[in-house]
Design a protein around this ligand. Structure first.
Ligand code: NAD
Length: 321
């Protein structure tokens, strides 16, 4: 029997869409979603769901045994802005959770996906076309846990043969679930405010350039990496990926092509601005393209058009229902 796929942190921004994509690809019976949060009632019965705290090693082992898990997408973590507010909790969840997952993967020979981040880079990293292999000295607790996470995955791959793979994800833009407290959340909030109020107050400066990717490309990249031929992977943790490098004022201008009355102003949050200022302005994703065929489909224009159409549909449906 083919072993099942476990997703931790499955109720978050990425998990909500990854679970649906994996169910579609492998069949609902092979997918086990899990999160610290109690599952909302309407989700019960959709497919296996486990209430799982990734900081509790016994819970992970028990779920792996009970469901015959062979692959783990380990998404559970605190995001950059939240981690800066709660650095001790971030260390325990981001590092402790990953260690528990890798240990369980070692014992049960599971494949592991680790979502790293552009947060692994810091002010001493080259900020333009940031290379795959470069200086990684982040100044945030989030970045510290992601760099250490990349190293721990590398260690488990080299020392114990755990098939660990990872991506350095940029800010992700999506409409299915709200973002969880990251520095790039503005790029999601702006769409809700544009459709509802024709106005948005942005917490980053207008010229803050950061990498972004539309969720369908991120999900596609995760699945492609996990299915890639292992012998072609020069890097285990983690591959740079990106689809666009944009500023709030560029995104606002693109939205204005669809909603001409849309207005943006700025009220800078010093914490999130200083995190953004420590991150790259554009990543070089050449290694991901060469090793496993990374090819995002959505640029700024395509993403904006699709986001406005789909989010608009959901908002209309919610008003009617
Ligand atoms: N969304 C992005 O833009 C982005 C970018 C780069 C990397 N990532 C990484 O991808 C992963 C998922 O991100 P997301 O945006 O879906 O985050 P999110 O905050 O939306 O979701 C995270 C989920 O983890 C759960 N969780 C928290 N602590 C837990 C614990 N102890 N045990 C089990 N579950 C727990 C939360 O309840 C939440 O549902 C994270 O590791 C994040 O660092 C996200």
């Amino acid at each position: 029997m083919e072993r099942r796929i476990l997703i931790t942190g499955a109720l978050g921004q990425i998990g909500s869409e990854l679970v649906a994509a994996l169910r579609e690809r492998h069949g609902a019976e092979r997918i086990v979603a899990s999160d610290l949060r109690i599952v909302p009632l309407q989700r019960a019965g959709e497919a296996a769901y486990e209430h799982l705290d990734s900081t509790e090693p016994q819970q992970i082992l028990e779920v792996i045994r009970r469901h015959a898990i062979g692959t783990i997408y380990h998404l559970a973590a605190l995001l950059s802005a939240v981690a800066e507010e709660r650095p001790h909790a971030a260390w325990s969840i981001n590092m402790g959770g990953l260690y528990n997952v890798l240990e369980a993967a070692r014992q049960y020979r599971c494949q592991v996906f680790f979502p790293s981040s552009i947060g692994v880079f810091g002010p001493s990293t080259p900020r333009e076309r940031t290379p795959q292999v470069t200086i990684q000295r982040p100044t945030t607790m989030y970045g510290v846990t992601k760099v250490a996470g990349e190293l721990l995955c590398d260690y488990y791959a080299a020392r114990f043969g755990v098939d660990a793979r990872g991506l350095r994800l940029p800010g992700l833009i999506s409409y299915a679930a709200p973002p969880g407290g990251g520095t790039t959340d503005y790029a999601v909030e702006i769409f809700y405010h544009a459709l509802r109020h024709r106005q948005y107050t942005c917490f980053l400066r207008p010229d803050t350039r950061l990498d972004m990717m539309y969720m369908p490309d991120a999900i596609g990249a995760m699945i492609a990496l996990m299915e890639a031929d292992a012998s072609r992977l020069r890097f285990r943790n983690a591959y740079n990926v990106t689809a666009m490098s944009i500023t709030p004022e560029e995104l606002a201008a693109e939205i204005r092509k669809h909603i001409p009355a849309f207005e943006i102003d700025y009220q800078v949050d010093p914490v999130r601005q200083s995190i953004a200022d420590s991150w790259p302005r554009s990543l070089d994703a050449g290694a991901a393209r060469d090793d496993w065929g990374f090819a995002p489909r959505y640029d700024l224009a395509a993403m904006t058009a699709d986001m406005l159409a789909r989010l608009g549909e959901r908002m209309r449906a919610a008003r009617m229902g």
